[in-house]
Design a protein around this ligand. Structure first.
Ligand code: NAD
Length: 498
């Protein structure tokens, strides 16, 4: 099917979604490009600052109305269940759209679309089952702790898994009775617009959701600074996140930040090596390494280092890099030509720093890959953890392998990073796994597995990988404000004024 047909089935032609209206954005035209061959999927309009202000003002009116924040939790939950059902009804079309939007293999985008539906279902279920509290009374009064919506939420998402990261913010924020102005990454506007259409069809009232494709430094900035925006939920790079936190500090506005990573994977000599080889490859090379939780620093116990690296390298060379539409492709292209150049510069830097290339380090040729932004799975060794390519996030298919001698020095090196997003441990010794997992400074640690995700388990970054939590039953509370109620039960007037 031509790309334009896949797009037009789900996204109204060139329009953006402002305050419940589909209309042409007043910003520049943007051509969405298929990273696998550089062809244009569709031209969309983008928002300008006036569109952003209009969306925010509409949101501020819409969330307060009885047909949204005034709904009982089980009533609002019904709309979220409907969103999930509509996502699943359009599952294949959305997966194909996301493939075009960011070049991920179709096998991966199908999983992401299903996970977005699960996220809406999960938060619908949380919404109708979360209790509020009657706290222990300390006198002739009753005390309660209740939770209210925050108001207008700006949700700002990156390009690497748009439908999943959009859902992770939209579902809990809408469940909590807020309005959301969503700004997807500039390069991946399509799936977010398709999601807006689904939310509209499911009965999300007019104005409660807007989707504003456009430049982060322009539209994102307007959203963050606007006085009617009462919370920003951001997923993206650490430097952009830091800038948002500064503005939030001035406004005294809560902010959730899911940021970058440089996650260590640790393989001990007693590990099941078949599992570890597969897990390490999956951890770094799936999604072409364009994953915040990519296991990009590999520490292998010295006694098995050479054998393990040999197996790993042989298997990395066999990975199928190519057409994202093909069912058996393991790695698609990188998102843009510019991003591939940045990955290439990091590999060149690693070599200048003294690294040795074990595989990859180049663009693949043949099978029509020259027009796309492909890059081979790349492994380097011979560097220390202090090298720049071990300390900075590359966000591509580049792994640096290092040997380690003992647990203490391993933990020190693994934690020697400004990031603290995730880690992987491969060992059969459960006591060691426990010790290392507890000592690692990261929000998520996988033991004898990697990159598994469950919506019912919280996700957060430590150190410069973020602030705040997403997912899990209490993920919905990130989009609510707590309020205490005191009910006087004494028959006599308060004594003080007598
Ligand atoms: P990015 O920070 O460049 O952009 C993220 C979003 O912020 C985009 O929508 C962008 O347009 C917007 N933005 C850019 N400048 C802005 C500004 N000044 N004000 C407001 N918004 C602005 O990140 P990216 O390149 O899209 O994504 C890659 C990064 O995202 C990586 O660092 C990756 O680790 C991180 N990431 C983190 C997680 C996580 O959960 N921790 C998940 C996915 C991606």
């Amino acid at each position: 099917m031509p790309h334009s047909d896949i797009v037009s089935r789900l996204v109204p032609s060139a329009d953006i979604f402002v305050g419940g209206e589909w209309k042409r954005g007043r910003g520049a035209l943007y051509a969405s490009v298929y990273p696998a061959d550089g062809s244009v999927n569709a031209e969309t309009t983008t928002a300008d600052p006036d569109d952003a202000r209009e969306a925010i003002e509409a949101a501020d009116i819409a969330w307060r109305k009885p047909d949204w924040s005034g709904l009982k939790p089980h009533q609002r939950a019904l709309i979220l269940y409907r969103i999930a059902d509509l996502i699943m009804a359009k599952h294949e079309a959305l997966a194909q759209l996301q493939r075009l939007d960011n070049g991920k293999p179709i096998g991966e985008t199908r999983v992401l679309v299903a996970s977005a539906a699960n996220t809406f279902r999960y938060f619908a279920a949380c919404l109708e089952t979360l209790d509020e509290e009657v706290t222990p009374s300390r006198g002739d009064y009753l005390t309660m702790s209740v939770h209210e919506p925050i108001g207008v939420i700006a949700a700002i998402t990156p390009w690497n898994s748009p439908i999943a990261s959009d859902a992770q913010k939209l579902a809990p924020a809408l469940a909590a009775g807020n309005a959301v102005v969503l700004k997807p990454a500039e390069v991946t506007p399509l799936v977010s617009l398709a999601l807006a259409r689904i939310c509209e069809e499911a009965g999300v009232p007019k104005g409660v959701l807007s989707v504003l494709p456009g430049k982060g430094s322009v539209i994102g900035d307007v959203l963050v600074r606007h006085p009617l925006v009462k919370k920003v939920s951001f997923t993206g790079g650490t430097e952009v996140g830091r800038g948002i936190a500064r503005i939030a500090a001035e406004k005294l506005m809560p902010v959730s930040l899911e940021l970058g990573g440089k996650s260590p994977t640790m393989v001990f000599e007693d590990a099941d090596l078949d599992h570890a080889v597969n897990g390490v490859l999956y951890g770094i090379f799936s999604s072409s390494g364009e994953a915040c939780i990519a296991g990009s620093r590999l520490f292998v116990q010295r006694s098995i280092y050479s054998d393990f690296i040999k197996r790993l390298t042989e298997n990395a060379r066999q990975l199928r890099v190519g057409d994202p539409a093909s069912e058996d492709t393991q790695m698609g292209p990188l998102i843009t030509a510019k991003h591939r150049e940045s990955v290439e510069r990091y590999v060149a830097l690693g070599l200048e720093e003294g690294g040795r290339l074990l595989c990859g380090g180049e663009r693949p040729v043949g099978n029509d890959r020259e027009q796309g932004f492909f890059y081979q799975p790349t492994i380097l060794e011979g560097l220390s953890n202090s090298a720049r390519i071990c300390q900075e996030e590359i966000f591509g298919p580049v792994l640096v392998a290092m040997p380690f001698d003992d647990e203490a020095s391993l933990i020190e090196e693994a934690n020697d990073s400004v990031f603290g997003l995730a880690a992987g441990i491969w060992t059969r010794d459960y006591k060691r796994a426990w010790r290392v997992a507890r000592a690692i400074e990261a929000g998520t640690v996988w033991i004898n597995t990697y990159k598994l995700f469950s919506i019912s388990t919280p996700f957060s970054g430590w150190k410069e990988s973020g602030m705040g939590r997403e997912k899990g039953r209490l993920g919905i509370r990130e989009y609510m404000q707590q309020k205490s109620l005191y009910w006087g039960l004494n028959d006599a007037p308060l004594a003080w004024a007598n």
